[in-house]
Ligand binder design. Structure first.
Ligand code: NIG
Ligand code: ZN
Length: 424
């Protein structure tokens, strides 16, 4: 039996239509393509059409009979948000390090002395798949409650073949069992194991010769990511790791220029990465190179906020033609949040983005950052019926009121998974 849903009377129906082939850049990042008093008709999990209620009833008459309806009077309807950079699958929390940072220790100091990513790696290595599954599944529920219908999820807290595969298998199982969609990234090169810090080359070789081929063979990831940062992986090591991934069909992504300028943005352009992420300290040349190659800049202002660091130069990037996306960077160390709406607030208040740009950056451009723009990120015929209904009278309120959750209803592939703010 066909399952259909008709969402009607939206004060503003933000479709984000027109950017499925290429991400929106410059002024196009402000084109939301809004229908006032709009409706959307979803059948069998896919968008059939958007338009006025009368037009849709005229066109689809009998197909709309018996259809479940949601009245969005006085509310804003958007595509389900997309979070293109998370460290979803991990064990434990690191509030002790937060307390240390508040007393003056830096993120890198903590990592170099065996905490940080190493602390979460130890906890994740010790956890079994069921524990990781349970912890991560709860996080996915919270993503739903905050209007997110697709997330990217990285490995990188395993650092051995066995434990990296374990994290990726958990992401796969979550994708199969949880209603949310997950796109997986292998990130074996997230940190050099503590006992190999003085001589990282054997670890780099294991990532290249052992982990990448096995992850690709088991089809556990779409992307290959590396933390290119002074004291972690050099640009040369990062290049070798990303090129090795390409040979096995894994598309490059990169954690670039987060703490120090390190030519990460330049490297992203050179290797043809789909995205370069963080970019707090990206150079002018790196930004220019990314714009020329169409590399999506995934900005993570929650990380700058939480690490009390300088924010990425979003305004400069957008004006230079970089397609910009926004993400939570959800992880236990540098950004312990799943609230993409709060990230929208930060995008406006701390990085000079406009309310229109932050919506583009969390929908269609985020979809491009993880290669799903043909299926998600806008409300257009044939795309997934992923919709978020916000209890606000117009979209400006979304990035104006902060620290509040305005989600009313979330529809995932045509099914209501959050109703009245409550997970179903
Ligand atoms: N910078 C590297 N990786 C993560 C942080 C991971 C952690 O601290 O556990 C990030 O994107 O911020
Ligand atoms: Zn990250």
């Amino acid at each position: 039996m066909t399952q259909s849903l008709f969402i009607k009377n939206a004060a503003q129906l933000i479709t984000m239509a027109g950017h499925s082939n290429n991400p929106a850049v410059k002024e196009a990042m402000s084109e939301l393509n809004i229908l006032e008093n709009g409706s959307v008709f979803i059948q069998d999990g896919k968008v059939v059409a958007v338009g006025s209620e009368s037009d849709l009833r005229k066109t689809y008459g009998s197909r709309l009979e018996g259809t479940e309806e949601i009245d969005a009077t006085g509310k804003v309807v958007t595509p389900g948000l997309i979070d293109p950079h998370t460290h979803l699958v991990h064990a434990g929390t690191r509030e002790n390090e937060y307390a240390m940072r508040l007393k003056g220790k830096t993120y890198m100091d903590i990592m170099e002395s065996g905490g940080g990513i190493h602390a979460t790696t130890r906890a994740t290595q010790e956890a079994d798949e069921d524990q990781l599954y349970e912890e991560s599944s709860k996080r996915l529920d919270k993503f739903f409650e905050h209007g997110v219908t697709t997330v990217e999820a990285k490995s990188g807290y395993g650092l051995t073949l066995e434990h990296e595969l374990k994290q990726l298998r958990v992401a796969k199982r979550l994708n199969e069992t949880h209603d949310i969609d997950i796109v997986s990234t292998f990130m074996g090169a997230h940190a050099v194991p503590m006992d190999e810090k003085e001589n990282p080359e054997p670890f780099v070789t294991r990532v290249i010769e052992e982990m990448i081929p096995e992850v690709a063979k088991q089809e556990l990831a779409t992307f290959n990511d590396v933390f290119c940062e002074r004291g972690v992986f050099t640009p040369d090591q990062s290049r070798r790791i990303l090129e090795a991934g390409k040979k096995h069909g894994l598309i490059p992504k990169i954690h670039a220029d987060e703490i120090e300028p390190y030519a990460g943005a330049e490297l992203a352009a050179e290797v043809g990465a789909i995205s370069a992420d963080h970019l707090l300290r990206a150079s002018d040349e790196g930004i220019k190179a990314m714009a020329e190659k169409g590399v999506v800049g995934v900005l993570l202002p929650g990380t700058a906020f939480f690490l009390m660091a300088e924010f990425a130069r979003a305004r400069n990037m957008i004006d230079s033609g970089v397609p910009v996306a926004l993400s939570t960077d959800a992880n236990p160390g540098s950004s312990p949040t799943i609230s993409l709406p709060f990230i929208m607030n930060l995008g406006c208040l701390m990085m000079g983005m406009t309310p229109e740009e932050v919506l583009t950056a969390t929908t269609i451009n985020a979809a491009h950052a993880i290669g799903v723009a043909k299926e998600a990120g806008s409300l257009e015929e044939g795309k997934r019926g992923d919709v978020t209904i916000w209890d606000v009278p117009n979209y400006l309120v979304l990035s104006y009121q902060y620290g509040m959750n305005h989600v009313d209803t979330v529809v995932k592939s045509g099914k209501a998974v959050v109703v009245g703010g409550q997970l179903q």
